[in-house]
Design a binder for this molecule. Structure first.
Ligand code: HMG
Ligand code: MG
Length: 313
């Protein structure tokens, strides 16, 4: 199989945590609903390929996201796993379900814009913050760390460009609630490196350091890798991605899949950055998943390496 030519760039981290969202952000948007056993195998293969942070599922309303209505069954099938395995929760009910199912980390989510807050959580931004505040407090009291997502940090399908100060206000509000890590969501993939730099600099100037920030790029306009490199240059060391580029967002029609984990790992390894991930194992499992879902992966790296894997040794 091809190996990445390695040439480090000065000023970048030496190790990056790839935060895998395929089982949650990916599968929540697929029209094919997989049996829970296949979801469990997906997670196990991700862990076996070296992914140390895998978001497993969500404990949201099953009438909103029927694809993940089997969250309890999935957790029971998986049992304890090595590494970080957060689950997404929208409210107190979600937290109770997650804790009862054995979750040891949770993630809450709000929007930087009113339009998406209404469509995704049936709340205003302020009401969303009020809904997640007791979730963050309750999880923290139970010794469970909380990741916070802010969606639509750069652009919104209904409102257009999102001003940096507006996104920063929501990110900082979530940080003040006590989220250990905040993931900056470019839900519809419209950001370019200048806007990412501006938001990261603004957050830094307002007291939120890069070590509490993760980036969550969707690759709609092909900007996710450029934006990632920019974030690494600002000191961010946690990058969200989904195996095979699965996903989108069911309540934001213009969102395509996340940055593909294979494309991210190719870049990171090429920069000499350690991830602990076995890229060939990852490609093999994403090919298996593409077969289950009945559609090819949009990942360039996966496509290139799949051809090599198929060749006889
Ligand atoms: P609502 O309709 O305002 O809530 O929805 P409600 O309190 O009136 O409850 C409605 C029904 O849901 C009730 O059941 C509740 O019991 C039930 P009914 O009486 O009709 O039978 N319910 C629940 N059931 C199970 N688990 C729960 C739960 N909560 C209520 N936790 C609500 C409000 C928050 C529930 C709803 O808006 C919701 O579930 N939204 C989730 C949407 C979602 O999951 N979107 C995708 C994830 S976000 C994303 O992908 C973006 C991200 O990747 C970052 C990025 O890219 O930007 C994170
Ligand atoms: Mg997302």
């Amino acid at each position: 199989m091809n190996t990445t030519p390695v040439q480090p760039l000065p000023g970048l981290p030496t190790r990056v945590t790839v935060y895998e969202v395929g089982p949650r952000d990916g599968l929540q948007s697929e029209s094919t609903v997989l049996p829970v056993e296949q979801k469990a195998e997906f997670v196990r293969r991700l862990v076996a390929a070296g992914l140390t942070a895998v978001e497993l599922t969500s404990f949201v309303s099953p009438s909103w996201i029927p694809q993940l209505a089997d969250a309890e069954q999935l957790m029971a099938l998986l049992g304890p796993l090595p590494g970080r395995h957060p689950v997404l929760v929208p409210n107190q009910r979600g937290l109770e379900r997650a804790l009862a199912a054995g979750a040891r980390e949770v993630a809450v989510f709000i929007s930087a814009t009113e339009s998406f807050a209404r469509r995704n959580l049936n709340r205003t931004v302020a009401e969303s913050l009020a809904m997640v505040a007791p979730v963050v407090a309750g999880a923290t009291a139970a010794g469970v760390p909380v990741r916070g997502y802010v969606s639509m940090c750069f652009g919104d399908p209904w409102e257009g460009h999102v001003p940096t100060a507006q996104a920063a206000d929501v990110v900082l509000a979530l940080a003040e609630l006590g989220c250990a890590e905040i993931s900056l969501g470019d839900t519809i993939g419209v950001a370019t490196p200048g806007s990412v730099a501006t938001l990261l600099s603004t957050l830094d100037a307002r007291g939120l350091p890069a070590d509490r920030i993760a980036v969550h790029f969707h690759d709609t306009y092909g900007q996710a890798l450029a934006n990632t490199l920019l974030a690494l240059q600002h000191g961010v060391t946690t990058v969200d991605a989904s195996a095979g580029g699965l996903g989108g967002c069911p309540y934001a029609g213009s969102a395509t899949g996340n940055l593909a984990t294979e494309d991210l790992v190719w870049q990171l390894h090429g920069l000499g950055i350690d991830t602990g991930i076995d890229l060939e194992a990852l490609v093999r499992l994403s090919l298996w998943m593409a077969g289950l879902l009945g559609r090819p992966s949009p990942s360039r790296t996966l496509t290139a390496l799949a051809a090599r894997i198929a060749e006889p040794a």
